[in-house]
Ligand binder design. Structure first.
Ligand SMILES: Nc1ncnc2c1ncn2[C@@H]1O[C@H](COP(=O)(O)OP(=O)(O)O)[C@@H](O)[C@H]1O
Ligand SMILES: [Mg+2]
Length: 450
């Protein structure tokens, strides 16, 4: 299905695809905050290209693999339909590249020394693939690319004028403190077109709401737009919350566990260097005092402002306030397991109350974008064993059986912090304050095997 409010950007890419068919390549850098639909857009336009006969080499970069030389290039060349002789060339290329080049420290913009014959080797593979059909090279989350692969991409990018190849790259906006990988040459040479994905409008949110379920009240779209800031990830979560809470007060938007989970997802995608500061913001009585946090956390001046901007861009902060009380609650839940300095914990007089009230904060209309006061109490939150997600139930069951958080984390292959988040939500839904209050009858089949 077509992504909503992205048709002008899709048309732009469509035009580049047409040029590809006449032998001229191009490159597009799709930017936007987390959850704004970069992956969705890339997949959509690549699928469109494939319908018209292009073939796609794809890679998805990850923070954990930034230091693995040629990790991204290896993904691109692992295309299963690569002809056998090219597969051998690709394997040899990756092996030689890993022997020849190392990744510099994360954040360094020093160019990596890659032997020219290896760069040419990649060009030869691309040239063979483009002999009969245009090729799309799709790299998602390119801000996390290993620097050796980047060198290959940039080399290929400089030769696009004569190759029917379309590079589709997605980069998280505001990825700093790491400097943008494109601050060097390619942009200046005009090879790279930037497409910025902005939040959905109120009308776009309504369209998404009706597409998801025509029975939902379109009148909810104003509140959903306000709570989500138009971030499609948050909009989808809020729609799921409406489904999970039938019989709510008429006209009231339910802000529940799906939304809270989406907030946590967004938080975990923030650059690690900002995570602690983002969580620290939740401890402040008011975001207006954000700049105090730099000194309190002993982070470089400006880090808190950066964290605030990031939260603003993903749609969690508006007009200097969190868009919904559950955002603060989700950040605090995340923080609860991370050994924050005690002096910071006590900086927020509402710490205990905020923690105890996780997930139960009603939506009062939030900070009205028009400056109007929020609307009072229109939320319900699912509770009881039936309201537990599978993950929460699994964690709660092990906790009820006396396992420590660390043991649970090892058994379920999740971090201790995630265990704590699941437990916090499970306590809230079950109306208990600690593991001693958990019921015995949560058991699931798969737990028996653990
Ligand atoms: N324009 C859109 N219309 C409808 N749904 C969208 C749109 N953009 C994104 N989505 C949905 O929102 C969620 C987040 O999108 P995603 O592409 O993962 O964001 P990003 O890659 O920018 O973090 C996904 O479930 C996606 O399907
Ligand atoms: Mg993505």
């Amino acid at each position: 299905m077509n992504p909503i409010e992205r048709s002008s950007q899709a048309d732009f890419v469509g035009d580049l695809l047409k040029k590809c068919r006449s032998g001229h390549g191009g490159a597009v850098l799709v930017t936007g905050a987390e959850g704004q639909g970069k992956t969705e857009f890339l997949n959509h336009v690549a699928a469109f290209g494939e319908e018209y006969g292009a073939l796609t080499l794809a890679a998805s970069c990850s923070r954990l693999e930034r230091g693995i030389p040629l990790g991204a290039l290896g993904q691109l060349l692992s295309w299963t339909r690569l002809p056998a002789d090219l597969r051998d060339d690709a394997t040899a290329l990756i092996r030689a590249g890993r022997d020849a080049a190392q990744c510099p420290p994360v954040g360094s913009l020093e160019p990596v020394d890659v032997p020219p014959e290896l760069l040419e080797g990649f060009q030869r593979i691309l040239a063979r693939l483009t002999e009969h059909t245009p090729v799309i090279v799709k790299v998602d989350d390119v801000h996390d690319i290993d620097r050796v692969s980047l060198q290959f991409l940039v080399y290929a990018m400089r030769r696009l004028h004569s190759v029917p190849l379309l590079m589709l790259l997605a980069e998280r906006e505001n990825a700093p403190p790491a400097p943008s990988i494109w601050s060097a040459e390619p942009l200046r040479q005009g090879h790279l077109h930037r497409l910025r994905l902005t939040p959905l409008s109120r009308a776009g949110v309504e369209q998404l709401l009706l597409r998801a379920d025509p029975r939902l009240d379109p009148g909810l779209s104003a509140d959903i737009h306000r709570v989500s800031g138009g971030n499609p990830l948050l909009v989808h979560a809020l729609i799921a919350d409406q489904h999970a809470a039938p019989g709510r007060v008429d006209g009231a938007v339910t802000v529940g566990p799906h939304y809270q989970e989406a907030v946590t997802t967004l938080l975990h995608r923030v650059e690690p260097a900002l995570t602690r500061t983002v969580q620290g913001l939740a401890l402040l009585p008011s975001l207006a005092s954000a700049t105090l946090l730099d000194r309190l956390l002993e982070v470089p001046a400006g880090t808190s402002a950066q964290a605030l901007t990031t939260l603003h861009e993903v749609g969690l902060v508006h007009a200097g306030e969190f868009r919904h009380p559950q955002i603060r609650a989700a950040l605090l839940a995340d923080l609860a397991g991370q050994g924050f300095p005690p002096k910071t914990r006590t900086a927020h007089p509402g710490w205990d109350g905020a923690e105890a009230g996780l997930g139960s904060a009603p939506y009062d209309g939030g900070p009205g974008q028009d400056g109007s006061p929020g609307r009072a109490g229109a939320v319900d939150t699912a509770c009881g064993v039936g309201a537990l997600s599978d993950a929460e139930r699994r964690v709660a069951e092990l906790a009820a059986r006396g396992h420590t958080n660390r043991e649970i984390s090892r058994k379920l292959f999740i971090t201790v912090s995630t265990v704590e988040q699941h437990l916090t939500r499970a306590y809230r839904k079950l109306g208990v304050t600690d593991r001693r209050g958990l019921p015995d009858d949560l058991e699931g089949d798969e737990l028996m095997a653990l």
